[in-house]
Write a protein that binds this ligand. Sequence first.
Ligand code: ZN
Length: 640
Amino acid sequence: MRKITFIGCLLLGMLPVLAQQGEDTFGSLVEAEMKSAWQISNFTANQNTANYDVLSHVLEFNVDPAEYYIEGTVTTTFRAKTFMTSITFDLTQQLSVNSVIINGDIVSFTQNADELVISLGSGIDENTVTTVIVDYEGEPGFSEGAFTIDTHNGVPELWTLSQPYGAKDWWPCKQDLNDKIDNTDIYITAPSEYVSVGNGLEISQTDNGNGTTTTHFQHNYPIPAYLIAIAVTNYQIFTQTAGTAPNIFPIVNYIYPEMYDFITTQQLPLTVQMIDLFEELFETYPYHEEKYGHAQCSIGGGMEHATVSFMGGFNRELVAHELAHQWFGDKVTCGSWKDIWLNEGFATYLSGLVVEDFDGEAAFTNWKGGRIGNITSQPGGAVYLTDTDTTNVGRIFSGRLSYNKGAMVVHMLRYKLGDADFYQGLKNYLADPDLAFGYAKTPDLKEHLEAASGTDLTEFFNDWVYNQGYPTYNIIVNHWGEGQVKVTINQTQSHPSVSFFEMPVRIRLSGSGGAVQDVLLDNTFNGQEFTVPVNFTVTGVQFNPGNDIISANSQAILNTSEIPALQRVVLYPNPVTGTLHLQLPQGVLAEQAVFYNALGQKVMETAKQSVWNVSQLAHGIYNITLTTNSGTTQLRFVKQ
Ligand SMILES: [Zn+2]
């Protein structure tokens, strides 16, 4: 029963907490999430744990933040998925198992480097529910850096960060991404001068009369092993109330005493408003029957442990990001690394929604501009990962692609679909019983947004999620007679994987006296022309005024030179199926129109007519020779 004090196993580094309140938050946040995932690169789920389903864990830990040591008793109830003669848990060999008990009997077991293998005697049948109690102790494993002791202000602290596969460093578990644990009880026994933190609701504190206190937490939502975490130090607790009746719940914040005043008065009050916002936009906080909370610890960035995020600092962006993960990441978890944007793109976008709600549209436009600047700093890169990408952790946790481009793609879905359909689709996605408290992949999101909006998003996902790059627009606006302008939209692409980005394009027209009119033009092909009614003389034009589209080096030019009347003759709609209209500038009158098909054959001729029924014409391209009182001009249209 040796005890060795180990100091300084800090996977994530010891960034001074106050230094993280500034602009560098996003970088440290991405870095922390990347480092924590670094360990996964060589990981494949242990097939020896695939033959059972974990129903519940009772985790009893005896720790002291001054010592790198753990004594644990883990009681696991599981259902056999097949006939089993042994059960395997993931557990580092650095921890010594003292005994294993099933049904009151001591049973035999073996340990190898990363496994605890327990004999089930003559075997148990499929669907049998069995409870096994493992008693163990020792120095937690070092390889994943999941169990850390440190000090703050000279006081010992202990915290865990298992993501993605470090739980085996400190308790016998099953680590994969398909079997969530249905019910979890955590009992933390620690010296009585400290406060203990775990997932779920605090049920009780028991003074053991020997200088230690046992704190019992209970979490009754499905949870993967990597989101189970504990922390112990001399926390001062700051409790808030959040939610909407009847789903009121506490926010329990565990804060270093030396920073309590600043954090609780300057930073944490905003959490309540953020929860209100996310509940209003999406749905009730997923863990409203228990709690939300923060536990301060010496990590760079944060980690979204279910019901209690572990925080290196409390700036608004970081608080919003980790809170957002409770819906997007914890409740619905990305089903593979290719789909990482379902976690990180959404958490990043939701921190932008906080900017929009708290600071207003101008600040949000600015925020989107910052994302776009980073995304377009390179010409290529997709949101969705290839198989090759998933072997590169730096690529998986790319701030430019998985976080920022992911966030802006989420925004462009909102821009394209409109708020009502966008939010309804996301509500349905979060509530889908196949996804809620489980796992989701990119097609699951696409299907929900398509169903809510009635819009086929195949082209959008191909262009913006699966393929690479972004468009550069060249837009020309011409004065076009009384009360209208003609807008011509041209586009090039930064990467050859996309031939054209079909997008609604917003253009802001402005005139004297502060006159402003925004128009949204559904741009589906290159060189497309639009005639736009406007009730003032346009003197200025701006492309993408809300920074809604990922784009760089785009320009919109107002051409104020007088356009000859005959060049302002327009056919609409074009393409046409039934009735074709002629739009003529003031003073111009149609005298004769001769229609020719693509072979140059005359198919129709009319006099003094400006509306035609062309439904009888075959599909194809047609030319019209139009004679007017001002001269003759050639027009072209497509019959669909
Ligand atoms: Zn994140």
